[in-house]
Ligand binder design. Structure first.
Ligand SMILES: *Cc1c(COP(=O)(O)O)cnc(C)c1O
Length: 389
């Protein structure tokens, strides 16, 4: 194939999201050395911008080389030593993934579960700690991309800390699209990804560690199980020592630098409000077509709209038609929702009125042709009304 022939798409799945041309242009700047003073300045600025976006003063804040899952693994393997106990809250695919990663790192893993689409109450976590604790770490997903549920963090943080545990939070989907307050919520280890609401191609994973998390790492008796993700070495490159560990993915870091500049130019609050605005209109449109949301109505994510595929349609066929005929990508259901759901993302550059109206008009056409919705433009009209135009 010739890559120059690629057709652009509107990326409205669970990630990657649309990437701003400024970010793509930044990636094509000349590759320079990973110890070049210009590149080190770029890393320093990435760290400072990540601190602003995570809302933290944590000195140990950096971008791990690898996608969001590498961030998950980094947090887990640096905090966990073989035999350490971790409580993982599982209400979707990414909580499940955290249990797998923790077990492979030798943790004694205890899980609590909630149905898909539901969230945890502080009482659930408190009871588990009382019955099965103490735990070194409590792990939870802020924005569960497989179900569209938004987990409140502050109350969970309180019970975890009262019991002396470190709090580990997955903010892969939430960072840059809704409030994440690493210091205010006293998160000890937090990881994210570039490809969701930061609207940067996949490839890096921002992480930040509190002083308590750093102290736990420094008190380790055993080496970190992963050489590549060992923060004691990676931080010596990102810190003032500048010790070579592995070659930083130079041009990916350019992309993240530019993506973070765009986030901060817009402003965090304005960005969260933009995601909420387009979510409300998309939701009005989908519901006007009789499409039902899967997550608890009080805890719906703005950037990931997980909905039940209507009875009588083959969900995969509809997704394929959206891609082939409209150049719109939406996501399939994962895990328990496989074959039953669509996941419509409004992440970063993909959270615009243009995206909302495009997906609603495409879905309206395909579903009315199949006789599932009566009026092809019902969704579009409801979304327009929600925008107030
Ligand atoms: C996407 C995602 C991940 C994994 O990120 P990758 O970039 O696919 O490795 C982890 N957690 C959540 C909540 C996600 O949405």
């Amino acid at each position: 194939m010739k890559l120059s022939d690629l057709k652009p798409r509107m990326l409205m799945g669970p990630g990657p999201s649309d990437v701003h041309p400024r970010v793509l242009a930044a990636m094509s700047q000349p590759t320079i050395g990973h110890l070049d003073p210009q590149f080190l300045e770029c890393l320093n600025e990435i760290r400072n911008m990540l601190k602003a976006v995570f809302q933290t003063n944590n000195e140990l804040t950096l971008a791990v080389s690898g996608t969001g899952s590498a961030g998950m693994e980094t947090c887990v393997v640096n905090l966990i030593e073989p035999g350490d106990k971790i409580l993982v809250c599982v209400n979707g695919v990414f909580g499940q993934r955290m249990t797998d990663v923790a077990a492979r790192a030798g943790a004694e893993v205890i899980t609590i579960e909630r149905p898909w689409g539901a969230v945890f109450a502080a009482d659930d976590v408190e009871a588990a700690i009382r019955e099965k604790g103490p735990f070194k770490v409590v792990g939870i997903v802020h924005a569960e991309t497989s179900t569209g549920a938004a987990q409140p963090i502050p109350s969970i943080s309180e019970v975890a800390h009262e019991a002396g545990a470190l709090l580990l939070v997955d903010t892969v989907t939430s960072l840059g699209g809704m409030e994440v307050d690493a210091d205010g919520w006293q998160i000890d280890a937090c990881y994210s990804g570039t490809q969701k609401c930061l609207s940067c191609p996949p490839g890096l994973s921002p992480v930040t560690f509190s002083a308590a998390a750093v102290a736990a790492m420094e008190a380790r008796k055993t080496k970190v199980q992963s050489w590549y993700l060992d923060m004691s070495m990676v931080r010596a490159y990102w810190g003032s020592e500048r010790l070579y560990h592995h070659t930083a993915p130079i041009n990916m870091n350019y992309a993240l630098h530019e993506a973070l500049r765009i986030v901060l130019e817009e402003g965090l609050k304005a960005r969260w409000e933009r995601h909420a605005l387009h979510h409300r209109s998309l939701k009005a449109g989908l519901e006007a077509m009789g499409i039902r949301y899967l997550a608890d109505p009080d805890h719906q994510l703005p950037m990931l709209n997980a909905v039940a595929a209507p009875e009588g349609v083959h969900e995969g066929e509809v997704r394929t038609r959206l891609l082939d005929e409209y150049d719109i990508e939406i996501g399939a259901g994962l895990g328990a929702f496989k074959g039953k759901a669509w996941r419509i993302g409004l992440m970063g550059e993909s959270a615009t009125e243009r995206h909302v109206t495009a997906v609603l008009s495409a879905l309206g056409s395909v579903l009315s042709e199949k006789g599932i919705v009566k009026e092809k433009d019902a969704g579009l009209a409801a979304a327009k009304a929600a925008y107030g135009s």
